[in-house]
Design a protein around this ligand. Structure first.
Ligand SMILES: [Zn+2]
Length: 395
């Protein structure tokens, strides 16, 4: 088998395990691309100078534990093509902490060992204020046409438990956090004149939103102007976050090594727009395969799930081709009902045309063993008896 190194992008745990990295988020040396350290000082990951000792410490060699990963033997391997992913760094990293940290102040919830500020939402208890905030958020999401699948269902007091508020993935996925960030930034802007912390909070959130906007609107490769603009917004946000942590050492703001990963993303975006190559598609793929797998019979699920995914992908590619060419086959089934239904229909059409029992079985297996499939008529049934017919044992 032949291969050439292109790029490796994923969450930090995946990078650490795939490359057996010596320097990672839980080590003293937190970065595999430079000499950033976990402590304080000029080499700390809390230093966000774009030109300084950290920039001079960029690595040229891949530092790996024993045994080194076999990926390093691929032709063209470069540690500089093992990159941090923007979805895992911002949407599932910094936003997971910045959104509840900002909301804690805006909801007037008391921070540890500190008084609370005036609330932006009425209510006697934390639960009542969260309810009001949820109502305001959904009204904003409806007005700005955020799809319901990308909305956070409810803001709950559980987000603010503990010293460092965090939103878990059970409450909000990456897309929901990305969609919620502009709302919190807008709220923070309205209160920025109240104190130094409120000003820094607004600056931090605005920086993250503006940086994301630049990347979202740019093509695969950024212009020099867009690259500079995104870096300015990103660095401004990171510096504000670092100052908030210093200003309020007891919480809720806390810097994690992912902030340093974002510094690399904005500094190295000349290699390609990080929003074009983020991991949303890969994460969705896991969900799609899971949906296909759980709707198959347990005994044949490994094979049937792959077959059904191939069928769904085939129908999806055909639909895309039809969209591009403007042609539509008279025999093609209408594309409604999602990939699972497309696979069933495509399988039955293909099986009827070719007489293939495997395709028909793959298409037909979607409902077996599930509540959804009970009582539905099968599209194409193939009965085959293998081996001896079952008979009752004679007593
Ligand atoms: Zn680094």
């Amino acid at each position: 088998m032949l291969g050439a190194w292109c790029e490796l992008r994923g969450d930090w745990v995946f990078l650490r395990e795939a490359l057996n990295l010596k320097h990672h988020f839980s080590a003293t040396s937190v970065c595999h691309l430079c000499g950033a350290l976990s402590g304080e000082g000029p080499m700390s990951f809390r230093n966000f100078d774009t030109a300084g000792p950290l920039l001079e410490s960029l690595v040229t060699q891949w530092a790996s534990n024993d045994p080194p990963s076999p990926l390093g033997q691929l032709p063209g391997f470069s540690i500089w093509r093992c990159m941090f992913d923007l979805m895992h760094t911002l949407d599932l990293g910094l936003a997971q902490r910045a959104v509840p940290s900002a909301l804690q102040g805006l909801l007037g919830l008391p921070a540890r060992r500190r008084g609370s500020e005036a609330t932006a939402f009425p209510g006697r208890s934390a639960a009542e204020r969260c309810k009001e905030a949820t109502r305001a958020y959904h009204a904003w999401a409806k007005r700005t046409m955020v799809p319901s699948s990308a909305r956070v269902k409810a803001i709950t007091p559980r987000w603010f438990d503990g010293r460092w508020p965090t939103i878990s993935q059970q409450h909000a996925k990456a897309a929901a956090l990305r969609a919620m960030l502009p709302w919190v930034a807008e709220l923070a802007e309205t209160r920025q004149g109240e104190s130094r912390a409120a000003l820094l909070r607004a600056r931090c959130l605005r920086g993250l939103v503006c940086m994301d906007k630049v990347y979202s609107r740019a093509p695969r490769f950024l212009s020099k102007l867009a690259e500079k603009e995104a870096m300015q917004h990103g660095v401004r946000a990171l510096r504000a976050m670092a100052e908030l942590e210093q200003l309020m050492p007891d919480g809720p703001w806390r810097l994690v090594p992912k902030a340093h990963a974002l510094l690399h993303i904005v500094r190295d975006s000349a290699m390609g727009n990080p929003r074009v190559a983020h991991c949303y598609q890969d994460e969705d793929f896991v969900g799609r395969i899971k949906r296909a797998y759980v709707s198959c019979h347990g005994k044949t699920a490994p094979l049937r799930a792959i077959q059904r995914y191939c069928l769904a992908a085939g129908v999806s590619f055909t639909a895309r081709e039809e969209l591009l060419t403007g042609r539509r086959s008279k025999r093609a089934p209408p594309l409604t009902g999602g990939p699972i239904m497309w696979a069933r229909r495509a399988g039955s059409v293909a099986a009827a045309a070719s007489g293939s029992a495997d395709l028909a079985a793959a298409a037909d297996s979607s409902g077996r063993g599930t509540k959804r499939g009970r009582g539905r008529p099968r599209v194409h049934t193939v009965k085959r008896r293998v081996g001896r017919p079952r008979t009752r044992p004679e007593l």
